[in-house]
Design a protein around this ligand. Sequence first.
Ligand code: NAP
Length: 313
Amino acid sequence: MSSNGNAKHVKVLVLGSGPTGYSAALYAARAELKPVVLTGMQLGGQAALTYTIENYPGFPEGVGGAQLGELFQKQAEHFGAVTEFDMANSVDLSKRPFKVTTDNGEYLADALIIGTGASPTHLNVPGEVELTGRGVSYCATCDGWFFKDKKVVVVGGGDSALEEALFITRYASSVTIVHRRDELRAGAILQKRAKEHPKINFIWNTVVTEVLGTEKLEALKLRNVKTGEETILETDGLFIFIGHIPNTQMFKGQLEMSDLGYIKVNEKMETSVPGVFAAGEAADPHFRQVVTSAGMGAAAAIQATRFLEAESE
Ligand code: NAP
């Protein structure tokens, strides 16, 4: 790392500290490129907020999300990656080295690897924002404990909703899953576990239209999408797991993206700007697994290495 004015000049800058970012950093570090990882808001990314990860190869008994994140970090740092607890706010990809402005300063990067991941989608109904942190949550591992012996509602029908609903049963007295269809999107194993769980029940074909409460969450207004019938359901907690949006806002207008905001990459993780690579959930609307994100991160770093090598030949 060298200084250019106040900016730090690095060969490879990695944005994001999840499975994507640290896998990229591991490969770039082993190529002796001394990558710098900007952690972003959440060290370890979304995976670090997951209680147990059962489908990352090499851990037959499963592994804690936070623990896996620490292992990723430790392994990358062992080979020379540097972690900076910093957040990128804007980028200038119009010329190289690329300029990245952060909370704490400025970086110039010969190659950039984007692993900024995704954030939970909101319901966008009245009361949701006001009561977030007062009964409304997007993270069961973070907040599940607060709902000991309480009634909790989970919204969503995908893997996240069911996995997190099962986790919350450790604490809550009951977990009601509200889903907008009568068929779950989640995988078969999770469906079976949730349907057989004595604390879990389902409300089908139903959406939350309002989150009610003054100081804290008290109830939800629900609407059956088939009959139009509206009901009030009292609850202490609302956990929302209805998908994710990619954290790619700052690249808008500079990189080609899909309509949903995923960065377009080719099979080599190359974006529309040479020298900028993207991997993991910022670029992947299809798989969004720890193992696929890690794989994409590694591929991005291999390609970044080739890109820098070709230049120095
Ligand atoms: P997802 O698969 O996109 O599921 C989102 C769920 O929320 C769907 O059931 C969807 O309903 C519902 N939904 C979306 N917008 C809604 C709205 N406005 N109001 C009410 N419901 C709404 O998202 P995810 O569960 O977060 O999973 C994301 C990816 O991560 C998936 O590829 C998943 O396989 C993966 N993942 C895997 C694991 C695992 O393997 N253990 C764990 C977590 C996540 P519809 O079904 O009607 O569309």
